[in-house]
Write a protein that binds this ligand. Structure first.
Ligand code: CP
Ligand code: NVA
Length: 305
């Protein structure tokens, strides 16, 4: 039976760890994987803009001997010209997998139920699983054992936050989520992540207080205005002012590293000088997008063409 990657909410710690290990193996032994996707074609459908996801999938697939077809749907919702169901069914006639960046998670579910090939979430309103996998690969490279890592996310409670929570606590991390009042994460994701933390030795802390980040090994932020959000910048600045990650916050929390999924907005959610500092591991995260996604692809569709 085909397997999709829509959220990681249904993945065990064992399976997530194995995927992380596969990403490390592929990253360290690229020659062994040059033909891993030989003869395989992947369609990428994007309803929203992208730099990192689009390019890292395309180049990553090329490095594994596969082929990517990019469909730009940015100016048209997938359902604009024909039903998502029919689109998924058609694409599965030719493609071995579908990578999709969409507005609504339900669009991914529709695609996945229609297409007889795996569907991979390249970001939706609720999750960004490929990003989270790359981020925990980065933290593994920096710290080794994730069970000893405290990651503090500070900023808007969004798709990236949800995936960091789910994947992090499943892998045994302590994940602290600090948002301004009114910008919290989805309560259903909190409940799920709390259950996963209890099952897997992770820990989840939800707060409005920046001091909850004290003792974190790494601070993480994301844009304060996600794609499709039209809240005026002035409103956002008022709500988020004290949640900006800068050198002073790094010092007061004692954090070693700063992370951001990017695109970053210099001197808004993160100080520009911090992005350029030795404490920044943003580019390692960006590089690891490719290795994490390659592991996902090899896991889902690798093998004989
Ligand atoms: N982090 C991330 O997904 O970047 P893009 O939006 O550029 O793909
Ligand atoms: N939360 C951001 C992530 C961008 C990679 C967004 O959805 O726009």
């Amino acid at each position: 039976m085909k397997k999709d990657l829509l959220s990681f909410t249904d993945w065990s710690a064992k399976d997530l760890s194995a995927l992380l290990q596969l990403a490390i193996t592929i990253k360290n032994n690229p020659a062994d994987y040059r033909q891993a996707l030989a003869g395989k074609s992947i369609v990428a459908l994007f309803e929203k803009p992208s730099l990192r996801t689009r390019v890292s999938f395309d180049i990553g697939i090329n490095k594994l001997g596969g082929h990517l077809v990019y469909l730009d749907s940015q100016s048209n919702k997938l359902a604009g010209r024909e039903d998502v169901k029919d689109m998924g069914n058609n694409l599965a006639c030719w493609a071995d997998a579908i990578v999709a960046r969409v507005f609504a998670h339900s669009t991914l579910e529709e695609l996945a139920s229609a297409a007889k090939v795996p569907v991979i979430n390249a970001l939706c309103d609720m999750y960004h699983p490929c990003q989270a996998m790359a981020d925990y690969l980065t933290l593994t490279e920096r710290f080794g054992d994730l069970n000893k890592v405290k990651l503090a996310y500070i900023g808007d409670g969004n798709n990236v936050t949800h995936s960091l929570m789910i994947v992090g606590v499943t892998l045994g991390c302590e994940v602290v989520v600090i948002t301004p009042p009114g910008y919290e994460v989805d309560p259903a994701i909190v409940t799920l992540a709390q259950q996963k933390a209890e099952q897997n030795g992770g820990k989840l802390v939800i707060s409005h207080d920046v001091e909850a980040a004290n003792g974190a090994h790494a601070l993480y932020t994301d844009t304060w205005i996600s794609m499709g959000d039209d809240t005026p910048l002035d409103t956002i600045k008022q709500a988020f002012g004290k949640y900006k990650i800068d050198e002073a916050m790094m010092q007061s929390t004692g954090a070693q590293y700063v992370m951001h999924c990017q695109p970053a907005h210099r001197d808004l959610e993160i100080s520009g000088t911090l992005i350029d500092s030795e404490q920044s591991i943003l580019m390692q995260q960006a590089e690891n997008r490719m290795h994490a996604q390659n592991a996902i692809l090899v896991h889902l569709i690798g093998g004989a063409a």
